[in-house]
Design a protein around this ligand. Structure first.
Ligand code: COS
Length: 379
């Protein structure tokens, strides 16, 4: 067992950290107020290789692997949680098209994602009535005159406002999970309407939209992967996505712990810094232990992915643990800062709102427990 990072992994982490400290951390509160991450920020991330960290160089990616990707997401999230989820979903789409797309689909879309020609990409699986249970989806795709015609509604679509391409799941066969297929739908496709962004608790600089498909026609070769393979494709992509959300939770909470540590060293009460009180030391200690466990679990799942091993359970455990630990860490950080922690003067208030969704999106904590228990009971 080797806990040392390779040169490439350390380089990607350092690149992401430097960008995050220079560009994201100082501006995250402004992004939240504007409810938007500026396009030039995403463009610079693409230039740094951050929109295709685990994508082959031949397709414009950094080809740095899944561990480097997790490290990069954590660093970006430490600076700005919203930018991290934009990056996470975009990378997930780039990876899934790379993995199962045809040469033509890769050439058409992956290089546009990695180069920043597309600002972002989207993953359109959930629906108003199909969240934890994608097998219940109602969106349909039917073949008509050599084209696919998509009808239905999607919900909670990260990057819906700025994606150049959407992976859209629709029913092409019978009921349940076996009847689903995935399609690549380009921005501006006729019949695709973007809804109004949700008014969310946190991650407000990343837009989350509903989409409506009303006789949205795509070409015959827009199907991604074989017909009927959509559910498995979604699960496979989400396994990797869950490592990304675990890393995002880790990054958001690491920033909260940094702020709590700094504040505890400066804030004087009863004639000494509050860091000298054991009550505060224990909060810092528990948070540090929580985050160290998260880091180990996220990086283990990422290294198993990189080694080509099965990692569904490990990714589910990493996301479950890291998202719930991050919530505890952010809550303790607010407590350490007291009244100041409850104001927008410090980032812990925003981090606590932002981190809450990591227990919900890309599979709720309850779904992660289902995945873990099924794996465990099958052994
Ligand atoms: N990788 C590859 N295949 C997988 C898989 C995975 N991680 N997980 C399941 N499958 C396969 C199964 O092996 C099964 O294949 P067969 O029919 O050939 O046996 C098929 O997919 C159906 O699997 P299962 O019966 O387990 O599906 P369920 O409907 O019971 O769903 C859960 C299981 C709850 C785990 C799944 O629906 C899930 O992850 N839901 C959450 C979705 C989610 O994260 N939504 C958020 C969207 S992004 S914000």
């Amino acid at each position: 067992m080797d806990f040392e990072l390779s040169e490439t992994q350390a380089m990607v982490r350092d690149t992401a950290r430097a960008f995050s400290d220079r560009v994201l951390r100082p501006r995250a509160a402004d992004f939240e107020r504007a409810e938007h991450v500026p396009s030039d920020v995403l463009r610079e991330m693409a230039d740094l290789g951050l929109m295709g960290v685990n994508v082959p160089a031949a397709l414009g990616g950094a080809e740095a692997g899944a561990v480097a990707y997790a490290l990069a997401i954590a660093e970006i999230a430490r600076g700005c949680s919203a930018t991290a989820v934009i990056m996470a979903v975009t990378n997930m789409v780039a990876e899934v098209i790379t993995k199962v797309g045809t040469d033509a689909q890769r050439a058409a879309h992956v290089t546009k994602i990695t180069s920043g020609a597309y600002e972002a990409a989207s993953f359109a699986l959930s629906e108003p009535g199909a969240g934890s249970d994608p097998g219940a989806m109602q969106t349909t795709a039917v073949r008509r005159d050599g084209r696919w015609v998509i009808n239905g509604q999607k919900q909670w679509i990260t990057n819906g406002d700025r994606a150049g391409v959407f992976v859209v799941w629709a029913r092409t066969g019978g009921p349940g999970t076996a009847g689903l297929s995935a399609f690549l739908v380009e921005k501006g496709a006729p019949g695709l309407t973007l809804g109004k962004a949700e008014d969310k608790m946190g991650i407000r600089a990343s837009a989350t939209l509903p989409l409506t498909f009303d006789d949205c026609e795509v070409s015959d070769d827009a199907m991604l992967g074989p017909e009927g393979s959509g559910f498995k494709l979604a699960m496979m992509a989400l396994d990797g996505g869950r490592i990304g959300i675990g890393a995002q939770s880790l990054g958001i909470a690491s920033g909260a712990l940094d702020e709590a540590r700094r504040y505890a060293g400066e804030r004087q009460q009863f004639g000494k810094p509050i860091a000298e009180f054991q009550a505060v030391q224990w909060m810092i200690a528990d948070s540090h232990a929580d985050l160290d466990a998260s880091r180990l679990m996220v990086l283990r799942a990422a290294s198993m992915k990189e080694a080509g091993k099965g990692f569904s359970q490990e990714a589910a455990m990493a996301k479950l643990w890291a998202s719930e630990a991050a919530w505890r860490v952010c809550s303790r950080a607010v407590q350490v800062l007291g009244g100041y922690g409850y104001t927008r003067e410090f980032s812990v208030e925003r981090r606590m709102r932002d981190v809450r969704v990591t227990q919900i999106y890309e599979g709720t904590s309850e779904v992660q427990r289902v995945v873990i228990a099924r794996g465990e009971l099958r052994r």
